[in-house]
Design a protein around this ligand. Sequence first.
Ligand SMILES: Nc1ncnc2c1ncn2[C@@H]1O[C@H](COP(=O)(O)OP(=O)(O)O)[C@@H](O)[C@H]1O
Ligand SMILES: CC(=O)N[C@@H](CCC(=O)OP(=O)(O)O)C(=O)O
Length: 258
Amino acid sequence: MKQLKVIKIGGKLIEDEGKLADFLNDFAKLKGPKILVHGGGNMATEIAGKLGYETKMVDGRRITDENSMAVITMVYGGLINKNIVAKLQNRNVNAIGLCGADGKAIVSKKRPVKEIDFGFVGDIENINSEFILNLLEQGITPVFSAISYSETGELFNTNADSVASEIAVAMSKEMETELLYCFEKKGVLADIDNETSIIEKIDAEEYQSLLEQKVISDGMLPKLHNCFQAIEKGVQTVRLGDMHLLRPESKHTKILSS
Ligand SMILES: Nc1ncnc2c1ncn2[C@@H]1O[C@H](COP(=O)(O)OP(=O)(O)O)[C@@H](O)[C@H]1O
Ligand SMILES: CC(=O)N[C@@H](CCC(=O)OP(=O)(O)O)C(=O)O
């Protein structure tokens, strides 16, 4: 089976020019097929604020009203995505920037309203792995923003960690897939204020205990949920770390299957 790397880069790394450059240099050097998924939540919040729109979050997830969805389309699908693609082209990576509507790559359904109405948020129902495989076979590197497409013809906001996880799950049926989450910390930390307290390995049991002890919060909640979804659904390797995660020597957290 051919190998594939699906790498997600978080919004806080994208905002730091130096860290982004470090990451993209390493990403460009990776041999073989690769896919990049990017977030940008913070930047969307900042730009929405400048436009006078207030942002509401629940457990690390954005409540996306009509105004936020417009900002998200511009910021994720435009500003961030196109800048990353340009920086990759500059590093001799033939990248193509996509959202879920392009090639019907990420099909979702509007999240039903239960206790919370998340607004224009889509839960992924299908990944067009054939389309993605075609791109990879042509030596093209897809760069996905966190926007999915609904059969109703709408665009929906979708957590970037979920986009990466679902793409990795779909691709793991075709290729041996490694899913890597790069964010601002060196991995899951036992003490959020201590960068050296990296938990090197987490299995399902440890995950439950971290949840109960409230060691993880905010954006780490959806991130670890997505890590375990991926490993349980067949993704061969899942790791979390900082912008140096692509370097073999980098300290990080590895997710273990049960
Ligand atoms: N135990 C933990 N270890 C590391 N980070 C944690 C932990 N608990 C909460 N977090 C928070 O989760 C954040 C990562 O989630 P998020 O901000 O969504 O990442 P991303 O940059 O990928 O969007 C970290 O920046 C940190 O503030
Ligand atoms: C539904 C939902 O939560 N969407 C996320 C998508 C962006 C994202 O995940 O960005 P980071 O990886 O930088 O957090 C949001 O709008 O914040």
